[in-house]
Design a protein around this ligand. Structure first.
Ligand SMILES: C[S@@+](CC[C@H](N)C(=O)[O-])C[C@H]1O[C@@H](n2cnc3c(N)ncnc32)[C@H](O)[C@@H]1O
Length: 305
């Protein structure tokens, strides 16, 4: 990886006193200059990662004009160089936060996004409905689980439910497995490695809820964000020529798995609501509904078998 020289003003010498605030502010300015949106937050969070502090505690130390050791300043400068080269913050810290979960992530696994918390909420609500309708331990499935974000949110927020998840990628799977192990004592969640198209044959017509955030970007639509383009795995991003190939598989697999009246929740790009709705209607789903995220964009479709 390209190492970026850190400017003279914060370069370390044996006599240097490095103020945490100077280093953080300088990094934030450089992040902003290359187009990193959450520049100051990232600079503070990386400082917190090195110093073992929360972001709030870092801000407090900056206000107190705290200096840091040469070794800490050197370590922090290295992380700032990696972020400046557009490595995702979560790959550098090794952690992604999703609802109440702390998930291990890194190269090879998709970093869960805040907007996917909506998909998890829709799936959790559907699982609660199944309990209310008389099934005390409903089965819910996450197709293409990545870090395990949706599956483990469903499992930990609905401990009565039995959750199953499948992930195909051999690069992602060690992260998935580690996250399932972390939460194993708090929920009932089963993980398998394989293709979602033929997963869980023994659960056919037994499942109450299927959730999926599948790859849905059309092959020719290369993402602008360098963090996505260079660091998210292709298997997690691209859904064939028109972006719909894995969504087709999700629809067919969910049809096979769900009980009559079972619910399907699918995330998609903000331009795909109509296309996904039409696909599901053509596949015979009923009560097909589009859902907006907190920024008022259509990002999910639900349907009933
Ligand atoms: C957009 S990522 C979503 C990951 C996770 N569900 C989340 O929301 O953060 C899509 C995931 O589906 C996996 N995947 C893609 N095709 C698959 C297939 N045919 N079978 C199983 N998993 C698949 C990818 O490896 C990736 O982990």
């Amino acid at each position: 990886m390209k190492r970026l020289a850190w400017p003279q003003s914060v370069k370390l010498s044996s006599e240097s006193i490095v103020l945490l605030g100077d280093l953080v502010r300088h990094a934030a300015e450089r992040f902003e200059a290359v187009g990193i949106e959450s520049a100051l937050a990232d600079a503070e969070l990386l400082a917190g990662h090195i110093l073992g502090l929360s972001r709030g505690a870092v801000q407090a130390q900056i206000m107190l004009d705290t200096s840091i050791s040469d070794v800490q300043a050197e370590q922090l400068s290295n992380l700032y160089g990696r972020r400046l080269a557009r490595e995702p913050l979560q790959h550098i810290t090794g952690v992604a936060y999703f609802r109440q979960l702390e998930l291990a992530v890194g190269r090879g696994v998709f970093v869960p996004r805040p907007e996917t918390e909506l998909i998890a909420q829709l799936a959790i609500d559907s699982t609660r409905l199944a309990i209310r309708d008389g099934n005390p331990n409903p089965i819910a499935v996450d197709l293409g689980t990545g870090s395990g974000a949706i599956a483990l949110a469903m499992a930990t927020e609905n401990p009565a439910a039995r959750i199953y998840a499948v992930e195909k990628s051999a690069d992602a799977f060690p992260f998935t497995k580690s996250n399932f192990e972390t939460y194993a004592d708090r929920c009932d969640a089963t993980l398998v490695q394989g293709d979602l198209a033929d997963a869980f044959q023994d659960l056919n017509a037994l499942v109450s809820v299927v959730a999926s955030n599948p790859p849905y970007i059309p092959l020719a639509m290369i993402p602008r964000d360098e963090e996505v383009r260079l660091h998210d795995p292709a298997l997690a991003l691209y859904g064939g020529e028109d972006g719909m190939s894995v969504i087709h598989l999700v629809s067919a697999t969910a049809k096979r798995l769900l009980v009559e009246g079972g619910a399907l929740v699918i995330e998609h790009a903000d331009s795909q609501s109509e296309q996904v709705s039409q696909l599901l209607l053509a596949d015979g789903w009923r009560e097909v509904r589009a859902h907006k995220d907190l920024t008022d964009r259509y990002r999910a479709v639900t349907a009933i078998k």
